[in-house]
Write a protein that binds this ligand. Structure first.
Ligand code: CP
Length: 424
């Protein structure tokens, strides 16, 4: 009977994950070692795996990919870098940007891809009678592919899959430990989104001359903002919306903590579920990061509107998919316009301050109305495109092709006799 079978398989899936509970509950610094090999990332599970030097390196690689991808000969060079690899895209939770950008990146780097986007059409199906466990599916993927990029609504699943792979490596007759990339897990982590967010922030604060983003130049800005520096450090970042349940916020906060003299302002409904979670608050305190929590985009700190004081605003949607009835009742009675941008609010921001959003935005709630899309501060579509270059850089790093990329880049621009185009 299908109902009993599906219950059995779910029980097995839960039990298999339970076996990794002791590993999941270790301190971060101990876990991170398990996700590395020979000084490189092997599995990408948690944003905190990205050290500051690695972030700088990945951003530089991303710049090279970006430049090479801008003309046909450069794309031809990129397409040879990892053409010996095959990737499995295992996305059992909906995704547009992450799925499509990883697909496009694999094509760019010559990696072949296959996909499972709905476990109902695999032997893992809970409706069927095959009763394949989730971890058996993952082991099968590792037989056919060189990389698993996975998105799941199940917290910690990607992390458990990384431990499963590591176990295989240690078994005498099973040696296929292939990289696992967490492309979004539960409400917890979205490390590659944080990487592309950080890449966007870094490029924005370089104040370089960008053809397609007519943003104010540093020389002009430094007259109006004498303390402004052209880097990620020494900045105030605001996060607005559903901060407790937004995995992109959690992951980006982890990355920004690694930069010097960074401050943060968290703007969310005054409710424990939607405010930044206690574990992250503790990490901010432990790292000595200065932060404030307020309940409106119109809030003031020391008598000055928050919007006047920030260098970057990261907007998020309310994660309705996690709502229970109590949450629905809360939102029905709360004034959510406190968390919606308007052209008037944007006008209060510093002229250079980027507005980011991981997207999708909620087209009904309207936390960022389309009227703001043409504002030079609006960086969210550039941010999404940057996902191509940042994710490509990550794959190049994992598969030890950074030297080959650098060589391809140098050859290409030597051919053109135009090193000045280089942004490194
Ligand atoms: N930002 C993001 O993860 O978007 P998707 O859910 O569409 O992949």
């Amino acid at each position: 009977m299908p109902a009993a079978n599906s219950l059995d398989t779910q029980d097995i899936n839960v039990r298999e994950m339970e076996e990794y509970r002791p590993l999941l509950h270790r301190p971060l610094r101990k876990k991170i070692i398990d996700f590395e090999r020979d000084g490189r990332l092997k599995h990408v599970i948690l944003a905190t795996q990205f050290t500051r030097p690695l972030l700088e390196e990945l951003c530089d690689l991303a710049d090279m990919v970006r430049e090479l991808a801008s003309d046909p000969e450069g794309r031809r060079k990129l397409s040879k870098l990892l053409s010996h690899l095959q990737a499995m895209m295992y996305f059992t939770q909906p995704s547009t940007r992450t799925f499509l950008s990883f697909s496009a990146v694999c094509r760019l780097l010559g990696i072949g891809t296959e996909q499972v986007r709905d476990s109902a059409v695999s032997s893992e199906s809970s409706e069927g009678v095959k009763r394949e466990s989730r971890f058996d599916s993952i082991r099968m993927f590792s037989s056919y592919f060189d990389l698993i990029i996975m998105r799941s609504s199940i917290p910690d699943l990607a992390e458990c899959c990384a431990y499963l792979m590591n176990e295989l490596e240690n078994q005498e007759f099973n040696t296929r430990n292939i990289p696992i990339i967490n492309a979004g897990s539960g409400a917890d982590q979205h490390p590659t989104q944080a990487l592309l967010d950080l890449y966007t922030i870094r490029r924005t604060f370089r104040f370089a001359d960008e053809k397609r983003t007519p943003r104010p130049q540093f020389e002009v800005l430094s007259d109006a903002y004498p303390n402004l520096t052209a880097d990620v450090s020494n900045k105030t970042f605001a996060f607005c919306g559903d901060l407790g349940r937004g995995r992109t916020v959690r992951s980006l906060v982890e990355l920004l903590m690694k930069f010097d003299n960074v401050s943060m302002v968290f703007i969310s409904p005054d409710h424990p579920k939607f405010q930044l979670s206690d574990d992250l608050i503790s990490r901010l305190r432990d790292q000595g990061v200065s932060f404030e929590e307020v309940d409106s985009l119109d809030a003031r700190l020391d008598g000055i509107p928050v919007l006047h004081q920030i260098d970057c605003l990261y907007m998020t949607r309310i994660q309705q998919e996690h709502n229970n009835q109590e949450d629905n009742d809360f939102f029905a009675s709360a004034d959510m316009t406190h968390y919606h941008l308007t052209p008037e609010r944007v006008d209060q921001m510093r002229s250079y301050a980027p507005i980011l959003h991981p997207f999708p935005r909620d087209s009904v709630a309207g936390e960022i109305p389309t009227a703001i899309d043409g504002n030079p501060r609006a960086m969210y579509f550039h941010q999404a495109r940057n996902g191509l270059w940042a994710r490509a850089a990550l794959l190049v790093h994992i598969f030890n092709a950074d030297r080959a990329l650098t060589q391809a880049y140098r050859e290409h621009y030597a051919d053109l006799h135009d090193f000045n185009r280089a942004v490194l």
